[in-house]
Each structure stands twice: as C-alpha cells, then as structure tokens.
Design a protein around this ligand. Structure first.
Ligand code: IVH
Length: 661
C-alpha cells in the first residue's frame, strides 16, 4: 500500500472506530462484538506502525496512553471555572427561586441534572479535534492533563462537526471500576482510595498516561463556554453537545416550577444508590441563556445555578460481632462486623469503632441495630445504635484484657484512649510491621501486600522484615497464587528496596511517633543509622521540629536489643543505611538523566539511586530538558532520540567514571 492509499484507509478506520467507540461507551448500544472491534483496532495499529508519520493526535490509537510525562504544564482558563453555592433544604431552593424572580422579573425555567462527584475538567476542541484538557486548579489556572484525558473512552477525540469550542464536564470513576481498582490495590499492598472522586483525581493527576488508560474513567459534560453563540438555552446546548458526540447525563430534566425541582431532587436522594457512579447532589440551573447572563455571577459562583447537596448517606444494619485488630505498635482496635448493607454505592460490612471509650459513650452493643454513614472514607462510621429496637438479646462488649493474637495481658496507659499489646514479639504486630515495612511510603516493595505477607509467614519463610532478603525465587514460587514470573518480580522488588535512602528505612522500621517527615529530618541530620543510633536525646532534640516525645521514642527503640539485631541483619543483607546527599547540593545537582539499554555493572534502580544520591534526577523519557543519556547494551529509541536532539550520551564506562566520586 502506498502512502496516499494508507492515508485514506487510516481515515476510514479511524472514522469507523470512533463511531463504534461512541456507540459502546457513550450510547451503551454497541453494534459489533468486542472481537470485531479489536480486529479494527489491530488493523489501525498495524497500518500506523508502517506509516508512523501518519499518526494523528485524534487517532483512537492514542487512547492507550503516551510516554511518561515530566510534569504538568499550566493552563490559564480563558473564563474562570467557578464553583456553585450550596442548598441543603427545600427552603434554600425556594429562596434561590425568589431571588431570581426579584432579579429577573420573571420566573425562569430550570434544568436539573446530577452533580457528579468527580473532577471538573475543561476541554478544548479546535476544528472538531480534541487538543487540550485541563483541571480546574484554582479556577483561573489549571493543569494540562491532555494525555491522561485522551485515555477516557467516552471523551470524543473528534467531534461530528468541525467546530472550535470549549466544554466543561466532570471526569469520574464508575463505582464498579473503583471497587475493582481498590481490590487490586489491596492485593498489591497499596493504599486504597477513599472514594471514587479521589481515585479519579489521583488517576488524572499522575504522570504515566498508561496508568490512566488502564483505569476505566468516564466523563459527563455539563457546560459550554460562550454557549449563547450556539443556542438559546442550556437544554438546547446540552442536546447539541450530545449530537456532537459527548456523553451528557441522561437524567437531566426541565421544570417550570421550583416545587417540581424540589420533588425531583428529593427523589434522587433515595434513588442515587442505584446509579453506577457517585453523585453528591443535584445541580439546578436557569435554562434560558439570556437570563443566565442577566443574573450574572459573583466572584465565586454564578447566581443562576445552585447545588443541592445530599446529606451523608445513611443505612441501617446490625452489628454481628465486634472483632479486634492488633496494629504494628500493639494498639488493639475494635471493629464492628456488620450485616452487609449497600451504602453510597458500595457494600459495607465493617465500621470502625475507634476505641473502648467510643463504644461505651455511644452505648454500642453486639446485636444492636445501628445507623451507619459514610463521611468520605471507605470505612463507614456508626452514627448511633437504635436503642428502642433492642429486644434484650444484645450483649455489652467488654474490652479485652488479653491480646487476641498472643495472649499477653493488654495494657492501657493513663491518658491514652487505646489499649495495647505490650509484647513486641506478638505475631500480629510482627505481621503488621512487615506490611508497613514493604508499604509505599516505606521501602516500597511492589507486590508485597498483606496477602503475600500472610502467605510467607504461613509457609514459615519469614519471621521478620530482614528475612525478606534471604528469600529465594523457587520457594516464593511455591506459594499459593504465585507463579515463577510473579515470584521473580517480587524478588527483584525486594532487591531494589535495598537501595532506598535512610529516611525510607527509618520510616519503615516503624518507630513510634516517627512518621515520614520526622524520618527525613533525622536521616538528613545524622546521615547514617550508625550515627543515629549513637545520638542521645539532646542531639536529637537539637534537630528543628524534633521534640522530646520523638527523641525519647527513637532512643528507646533503637536501643532495644531486638531492634538492634534487626538493623544489623538488614545491614548484613545489603540494605542501605545512609542518607544520600540532598538534591541541589550534589555534583550532579540540577542534571536530568535518562537511562536506556542494559547496564552490566548495576541494575537500573541502583543507577538511579546513585544519580539521586549525587543530586541528579532520572526521567523516563528523552526530551529537550534531558542533560545526559546513559546508554547501556541494546539501547534503542531513547538513544536515537538523544542523538537527534544532540544530547550528551554516556557509555556505561563513562557513567561509572562520573559516579565514582
Ligand atoms: S455546573 C459555574 N453541573 O460541581 C459552575 N457542575 O461546585 C458550573 N459538578 O466544580 C458548574 N456535576 O465540577 C455543574 N452537572 C453539573 C455538575 C457540576 C458536577 C461539579 C463541578 C464543579 C462543582 C461545583
């Protein structure tokens, strides 16, 4: 096929794929099977591979996520992105209607639509092609998240008419996608997202567009800038946007009377649990665009719109039991095991009870019917027991006098709300300590979540964090739900954790009161674990922001014989116990490196750690901002690009020379 034939065929394929994509993701009415769709996609990709110069930004192939970004550029919003005033009661809406009547001299017609609980985005189209998308930011300046937005299947990359417009909408994560994502994160030992909104925001604001592509985000548009140039009413404009290919919420309705508006929004307070996406209220807008303009806006919000906020959703269920969890510091916390109930789109079966005073003050009993609510967290809270529903079979709960895991006598320190297991050798504490050791902000060992930690303990392969470094891939591969491949990956991740800076290790050790920040301050001041172990209270409290409480805890815990043994074994295993010099100070300060190909003398992680130690940084892709590319064996496209851009290229030997200081 020659180039002009390819161009023609590509155009046909793109048109067809866009249409099927729209039928599937926007209209929910596919005409072809997934296999047929995949076949079209394959044809497109093959042809684009043969003619890379014919790839366009609006090609469906661009949804898979482009190269790693170095940061987000700023985008100035030509018209500011305002927020909405809130109404919580019917009277607030009646007052809103009266205000508008007084202001405009007429009673306006309203459009009511769901208030999607996601992330506001501004989308720009030029001649029908999606060219840029940004977050709201502070309302005037947002961040350019085009590459991530492109991965959203319901966002049209090309409109049905070649118009140049700016639209606004809400990107969100549907509840089933949110639940699946959190399940996966739990398995991998990563922190969970508290709600679909955080998950959507976290997805759109991270730098690897392939991650965004792998998470199923969705989008509803709800506004058009300079709308009056395209219609007389919001209703009309929304219908037009729908015709152009956007997904507009199908629950939008038009009403002539505020009482009808109130009835409609009230109905959705109850029915919202049926929706596959989270909504936190309804939005009421004046329909007529001329009236909108006359009503105008304050600096913060338009006078022609109002958000009706739903109260925190509550549900009734029964407490089946109260169970105990022992944390890594020995804190024993009670949790209510609930009869599973649907709440705010997810099924809840547990509620945090915090501590024994909380249970006593609220008079919560096992067997009680209770009211639970979600306050933005995954774990809901108990509002109150329904005391008049008791039948006498409920049991008053007694705080445990023994640790449920090791049987040691539990202690409650004067002035503290929590009860603790005082035995540092308690298996439950050790388990939690290993999970913490491997977690994100700590040693960041990918793939080592609670399930794998449990399996390792059960198989007798580890007794503490230091044992991780003696694991062999063959033994790990024997564990349930592990294969050779994931075992090898886990071993590599454990190996890579040896290079973490001291601040991570200090945090990972789980010394009481030493959070990520205190760990950094201590690591930077003392430089090595040996120096820190030798430090006394006075030296510690001399560090700004380190108080008596932290200092005492550090001295006490680092002097503990078990802790000393653990640290010694970690050192013997090759775990780094020094803090790299701070970026900005080192000989490579301000320099950006890109690593490509295979290095013989070290792993990529080691090379990266060394560069960072010397003050430089490592980026994932080559750009004009790259200072230096280190090319190992079999270097490919990154090396080519570096040569094209005239960027300095180092061989492995030259690189070793530089870092040997
Ligand atoms: S209209 C001038 N309509 O709610 C303000 N907003 O505080 C235009 N939102 O940040 C907003 N669904 O992200 C509008 N159907 C909807 C919405 C909606 C969700 C969000 C929006 C905004 C916030 C308002």
């Amino acid at each position: 096929m020659d180039k002009s034939a390819a161009r023609k065929r590509l155009e046909e394929l793109r048109r067809e794929i866009h249409r099927h994509n729209w039928l599937y993701h926007t209209l929910d009415a596919p005409e072809i099977s997934d296999a047929e769709f995949d076949a079209l996609m394959r044809q497109l990709l093959e042809l684009e591979e043969k003619f890379p110069e014919l790839v366009t930004p609006d090609s469906p192939s661009q949804r898979v996520g482009g190269p790693l970004l170095e940061g987000f550029a700023q985008v100035v919003h030509p018209t500011p992105m305002l927020s909405l005033d809130n109404a919580f009661a019917p009277e607030d809406l009646r007052a809103f209607a009266q205000r508008l009547h007084r202001l405009l001299g007429v009673r306006p017609t309203y459009v009511v639509e769901p208030k999607i609980d996601g992330l506001a985005v501004a989308l720009e189209y030029q001649d029908g092609v999606f060219v840029r998308g940004a977050t709201r930011g502070d309302g005037s300046v947002g961040e350019d998240i085009t590459a991530n937005l492109r991965t959203i299947r319901s966002l049209p990359l090309r409109l049905k008419e070649p118009v140049s417009i700016r639209v606004r909408g809400e990107a969100f994560m549907p509840i089933p996608a949110f639940e699946a994502l959190n399940r996966l994160r739990e398995e991998q030992g990563q922190p969970l997202f508290a709600n679909p909104r955080n998950a959507a925001a976290g997805t759109l604001r991270q730098l690897d567009p392939r991650v965004a592509a792998s998470r199923r985000l969705d989008l509803f548009v709800y506004g058009l800038e300079q709308a009056r140039e395209h219609g007389d009413s919001h209703w009309q404009v929304m219908n037009w946007l729908e015709e152009l290919g956007f997904k507009v919420n199908p629950l939008r309705r038009r009403f002539g009377d505020i009482e009808e508006v109130i009835a409609y929004v009230e109905a959705w307070r109850v029915k919202r649990a049926e929706l596959p996406y989270a909504i936190d209220g309804m939005v009421i807008k004046v329909d007529d665009l001329e009236l909108q303009e006359r009503a105008g806006s304050t600096v913060k919000s338009p006078r022609w719109a109002m958000a009706w906020k739903f109260p925190a959703e509550q549900a009734r269920t029964r407490i089946l039991d109260i169970t105990l969890n022992v944390g890594r510091t020995g804190a024993i916390t009670p949790t209510a095991e609930l009869e599973p109930v649907r709440l705010a789109g997810t099924t809840v079966s547990r509620a945090s009870l915090h501590n024994e005073d909380y249970i006593r003050d609220k008079d919560i009993r096992i067997g009680d019917l209770v009211l639970v609510q979600k306050a933005g967290d995954i774990i809901p809270e108990i509002v109150a027991p329904l005391k008049d529903k008791r039948d006498g079979s409920e049991r008053i709960w007694q705080p445990p006098d023994k640790c449920p895991a090791c049987g040691s006598r539990s202690v409650r320190v004067e002035g503290e709300a929590v009860r603790r297991c005082p035995n540092p050798g308690c298996p439950a504490q050790i388990r939690e300590r290993v999970i913490h050791y491997a977690s994100r902000g700590a040693m960041d060992i990918e793939g080592l979540g609670p399930a794998v930690v449990d399996a390792l303990f059960k198989a007798g392969l580890i007794r503490d964090a230091a044992d991780l470094y003696a694991l062999r891939a063959e033994e790990v591969a024997q564990l349930e739900r592990m294969g050779e491949k994931s075992a090898a990956k886990l071993i590599a991740a454990i190996e890579a954790s040896k290079q973490r800076p001291l601040e991570r290790l200090l945090f990972a050790l789980g010394i009481r009161f030493v959070g990520a920040k205190a760990a950094r301050l201590l690591a930077e001041r003392f430089g090595s674990i040996d120096a820190l172990q030798a430090a006394g209270i006075e030296e510690l409290t001399a560090v700004p922001e380190i108080g008596e409480k932290i200092a005492q805890s550090v001295v006490r815990e680092l002097a503990d014989p078990d802790m000393r043994r653990l640290i010694q074994r970690l050192q013997q295993a090759g775990v780094n116990t020094v803090q790299p010099r701070r970026a900005g100070g080192g000989p490579l300060a301000g320099k950006t490196f890109v690593l490509t190909g295979t290095l013989e003398s070290m792993t990529r992680d080691e090379a990266k750690a060394r560069i960072e130690e010397l003050g430089g940084r490592v980026a994932g892709s080559v750009s004009a901002r790259t200072d230096c590319v280190v090319a190992g064996a079999k270097a490919g496209s990154k090396l080519e690009k570096a040569l094209q851009l005239g960027i300095q290229v180092l061989s492995e030997e030259e690189f070793l020379e530089i870092i040997r200081q």
